[in-house]
Design a protein around this ligand. Structure first.
Ligand code: ADP
Length: 167
């Protein structure tokens, strides 16, 4: 089945200049990239993304991790990859959540570590399942930012939206 999956290169990945290495690993999957952008992640976006972990003892640290506060690197590279079994393929390549348990050749196995605070620093996020992927893609991307649509879109006329334009 053709699927789309959300991939985030988290602030530790950017701070350690791992972007190129991770993209090279992702190209092993032969999936196609259909969207990409660098984002300064707000606390609100981080909390929505990790809403399922609210209440965990490491939640506050996790929010600081994704917003970049933890690494003084407020940037995340967000991407959507598309293709046959995209979710499972990328999840396998990313490796287990705990970098110590991840396959050594997986991205997290190669580049992850456990910080003394206890948080798993694991360089990359990848959607876990179909439902998660749909929710995450819709949270991080607007339809116009993707070159291919798997989920239905509709046209809407929006007025009075404040946005930056080139001066
Ligand atoms: P995944 O990122 O593999 O989908 P989760 O959604 O459960 O896993 O967790 C989100 C992120 O929170 C992980 O990638 C990791 O950075 C951190 N994390 C998860 N579980 C723990 C834990 N038990 N201790 C420390 N950090 C954790």
């Amino acid at each position: 089945m053709i699927e789309q999956t959300l991939i985030l290169i988290k602030p530790d990945g950017l701070k350690k200049s791992l972007t190129g290495n991770i993209l090279t690993r992702l190209s092993e999957t032969k999936l196609k990239i259909v969207g990409a952008k660098v984002i300064r992640v707000s606390r609100e976006l981080a909390e929505k993304h990790y809403a399922h972990l609210k209440g965990k003892p490491f939640f506050e640290e996790l929010i600081k991790y994704l917003t970049g506060e933890l690494h003084q690197t407020p940037r995340v590279l967000a991407m959507v990859y598309e293709g046959e079994e995209a979710i499972a393929k990328v999840k396998k390549l990313a490796g287990a959540t705990n970098p110590e348990e991840a396959e050594p050749t997986s991205i997290r196995g190669a580049y992850g570590r456990i910080l003394t605070s206890g948080i798993f620093e694991n360089a990359i996020h990848a959607s876990s399942g179909l439902r998660e992927a749909e929710g995450e893609i819709k949270l991080w991307f607007k339809p116009e930012e993707l070159v291919s649509h798997l989920y239905p879109v509709e046209e809407a006329v929006k007025e009075k939206i404040k946005e930056l334009i080139w001066a």
